[in-house]
Every structure is written in structure tokens, then in C-alpha cells.
Design a protein around this ligand. Sequence first.
Ligand code: NAD
Length: 382
Amino acid sequence: MYQKKEIAVAIRVALFGTKFMGKAHTQAWRNVNMFFPDLPRVEMKVIVGRNQAETDTAAQTYGWEEASTSWQQVMARDDIDLVDISTPGNLHHPMVIEAARQGKHIVCEKPLANTLTEAKQMVKAVEKAGVRHFLMHNYRRVPAVAMAKKLVTEGRIGKLHHFRARYLQDWAMSSDLHMLWRFDKKLAGSGALGDLGAHIIDLARHLCGEIAEVAATTETFLKRRPLAPGSKRKMTVTVDDAVAMCVRFKNGAIGTLEATRFAPGRKNFNSFEINGSKGSLEFDLENLNNLRYYSVDDSPAEQGFHEINVTSKGKHPYADNWWADGHILGYEHSFTHSVADFLSVIRGRKRIRPDFHDGLQNQQVLAAAEKAAANRRWVKIP
Ligand SMILES: NC(=O)c1ccc[n+]([C@@H]2O[C@H](COP(=O)([O-])OP(=O)(O)OC[C@H]3O[C@@H](n4cnc5c(N)ncnc54)[C@H](O)[C@@H]3O)[C@@H](O)[C@H]2O)c1
């Protein structure tokens, strides 16, 4: 007869946020044990939102045991080991401070905080509490991006000269679109800069190295928006719609990073190109199973960019845990991989990247970019 395997003590999770990231993170917590069976078992204890009826529906649909509208009460529960913070930016700081005080391990959405001061306090709090912390820059764990990291680390594209990233969307262009939390600096910290720019700053640091200084310009194209859907009353938008940054890396490479919500036709165009002395790499999220690679070591007659389909077992990052070769993956797998990697170190001391220290360093770049844009000059990153 089938014998159920002895199961190690579970990690009991609470998730804060029910909507976009709430759903994306839920599917990661739900699937991780099925595809990464050697990891600690996850118990999806409670999901937290603002509206009881909506949160009850989310709990039922997504598969959480309970629903709550009090994040403070859930933080204080002693049957929760890990909290996953997927709420707007203004709540990251109070939630992380409280979670650390309660001794919970923490996953937090990006950007870590709304201000540099908050980010510093958050790092101090998790270090003091000795809890494990992970920042959800999920794009590091798209297999093609992990493969790019491997090739860069192995020196396959040589000494790095350029990092060029564009994160382009178009959802904010309609003047009918009302004031969401994402347009309010008090709630979001910044606009395209912290929302999309933080992701490509993370990829820049991950793939190319630490950023030494930044010059930047930002723009808010639509300065006032309806207070609510259909409302005639308008409110002032207090964040940027777009940012363009020039950066210098500590290793001598230079880069450009552009993020916007005003690029018609671009839905979630997160892309980068890296050029080194021995070759180039190119990635674009809308073609996420493939990495484009050019090597100067290829024979001159055959030189050209070629596309690596990053799905082969035994050869490519994370491929062993999924389907047969060539059976492609999607956006959601980057979250499953993130959660899997965090679970794999949660009971040890090994550092996982990106953690809150990375979040703080990212925040230094965001703050420097804002300063550079305001003063129209280069700003050094501490
Ligand atoms: N990693 C990524 O690719 C990615 C993508 C989108 C958003 N994000 C980040 O995820 C976070 C959430 O963004 P989103 O798009 O999911 O936002 P959203 O507006 O879709 O959802 C926000 C959620 O927060 C909940 N919430 C708000 N106030 C609350 C409170 N006081 N108590 C409990 N719950 C509360 C809301 O009920 C809602 O469920 C942000 O930090 C954002 O920057 C990351």
C-alpha cells in the first residue's frame, strides 16, 4: 500500500495582499512543493487583505486556510513562521518592522521601501531579529536570466563594457485612468522609477556589478488624474511616469536604464543587452524562454547572435524541476523559483540574493537617481 512519506516540520506562511502579486505569490506557494519536493513543506495558513468579503473569496479561490483583514493580528500569531508582504510600498516598512519584532522570516515585494530612511531601518530590524529576508526581484530567477548570469560569471562575454536595459509599459497613458496608489508618492514612493526602474537596477547590479554613480531625468506626462473612476474631480499625480538613467559601474562598465509607463504597444517589455570584450547577451521578457548570445570565439563565417532555448534538463537553470526539454515556462515560474530558493536556505545561514541589503543598495540608486534628476547632475552612490 502507498505509504505517505515522513514530512519535515512545515513552514507556515501568511500572505499580505490579495490582488496582482497576492495571486502571483500564491501560485508559487501552492506549487513549490510539487515541483521542488525536497524543500520544507509549505502550509498556506492565512491571506490578508483590506476588505473581508474580497479576502474571503481570495482565500477560497487561492487555497488559503483563513482570511483576515488585520495585518497586525496576523503578525502576532505564533503559528506563522514566514510572512510574505505583497502590499503597496507604504506598508512595506511598518509590516517588515513588526514582522522582524515578531521573529518571522520575511519575503517582501520590491522596491524594499518608499524612502532610503525606511530601507535602512528595515535592514537594521531584520539583522537585529536574526530572521531570514528575501526581496522579490523575481526576474533574477527567469531561467534565461539565470543562464545569462552563469555566462557572465564564467567570463564567456569577457570584460563587461555595456549594460543597457529598458523596462517599458503603456498602461498609464489614458487620461481617464484615475488616481491609483501607484500615482501617489506617499503610497508608492515613486512612479516608473521605483516600480520598473528598481527591477532593472537589480538586474544591472546582479549581472554587471555595483553602480558607482548615476545621472537621470524623469518626467510626469499626465499631471492630473480623476480622483476615482468617472469622477470629474482631479488630483495631482505626485510620481514620475518615466525615467531615463545613465550609470557608471564600479568595474568600469557604463549603462543606460530606461523605465516608462508611456510606451504604446509595450505591455511588459523588460529587456537588457550586455556587451563585453568577448561577446554579447540579449534578453527580453516577452520571449522569456530564450537567451540570445553572440561570441567572438565562434568561427568568423558563422558568427552571429544565436538563440538558446533555456529549457534543457541537466543543462539549464531550474529545468530539472519542470517538464521535458522544450516544454516552455512562463512569468509565474520566476516566483516559484524565488520561493523555492528561499525555502532551500531558510533553515540555514547561507545568504540568499537579493535580500534586504540588496534592497537597501537598490534604494540608494533610486534615491540618487531622484537627486540627479532634480539637480541635473551626476550623483555618486554611497
Ligand atoms: N515583482 C513584480 O514583478 C511585481 C509586479 C507588480 C507589483 N509588484 C509589487 O508588489 C506590491 C503590490 O503590488 P500589486 O500590483 O500586487 O498591488 P495591488 O494593488 O494589485 O494589490 C495590493 C494589495 O494590497 C492589499 N492591501 C492594501 N492595504 C492593505 C492593508 N492595510 N492591509 C492588508 N492588505 C492591504 C490590497 O487589499 C491588495 O490586495 C508592490 O510593492 C509592487 O511594487 C511587484
